[in-house]
Design a binder for this molecule. Sequence first.
Ligand code: AMP
Length: 299
Amino acid sequence: MLTVFGSVAFDTIRTKSKVLKNVLGGAATYAAIASSYFAKKKPGLVAVVGKDFPKKYHNLLGRYLDLKGLAVENGKTFRYDGSYDENLSHRTTNKTELNVLGKFNANVPEEYRKSRYVYLANNDPKQNTRIIDQFDNVKFSMCDTIDFWISTKRAEVIKMIKKTDCVVMNDEEAKLLTKHHNLVKCAKKIMEYGSKYVVIKKGEHGSLLFHGNEIFSLPGFATDKVVDPTGAGDCFAGGMMGYIEKKDKTNASTLKEAIVFGNVMGSLNVQRYATDGITKVNKNEIQKRFREYKKMINF
Ligand code: AMP
């Protein structure tokens, strides 16, 4: 089983063509839904929302995920507000309101504790580190982070990395965390923190997988259909984790294949606004995108 832990949010997303206010978002939302297209059974979601979280979002999440681990607490749901530049390549955070997420004391439901696969989506690194200890039998764990946590809780981010097998983050975050400019040096430093595998995402430019001295590089899926990149990184990670759980293998070649599916899921997500990119797709579309992508990278 795969369990995903992280933020479920109300997002306000500002692009040149559209402003979306308080729509369903959150790193765990995107990642867990993306993983569900591959996973053998509904992935478990461990997260917290406030009493303001509407039933329609609860129902939507329930279509893809097991929600025993979704706590509803007094207070407001986590809120994120971000604006994209004209090219949709850079996002500025306007506001991060932790609300119920700030003091969340996650409790992994009994049925999830035997999960072989755990993904710690972007979330307070202290909470992520604490939760990993609640699992009994993890075969492969992966974590993500964001500039907000690197700037406010850097030491905790490093502790979290030490506890997981693989870390996935974008190039800017890797530079901010390690204080190196060269991505190979960044990855080496992150491996020194204790991670066996490091995945560095470069947005539309693809991703790099580092393992020991081995480097695997993949381009992004080239497309002119991009309306909202929110959650692309989470869908990338979710696609990876879902694929790894399905294969039940954690060797380097499986991770390479997993990254291919990560790219596929990320590229599908950016084509529609908010979670529509990941909810309005189906397995046929995913396979079709995989074939197109395979053709693109073969020569
Ligand atoms: P991405 O575009 O992959 O960076 O993911 C965007 C999602 O991450 C949004 O839906 C946000 O709700 C969520 N998010 C943004 N900042 C944070 C944060 N500091 N902690 C947890 N989740 C966040």
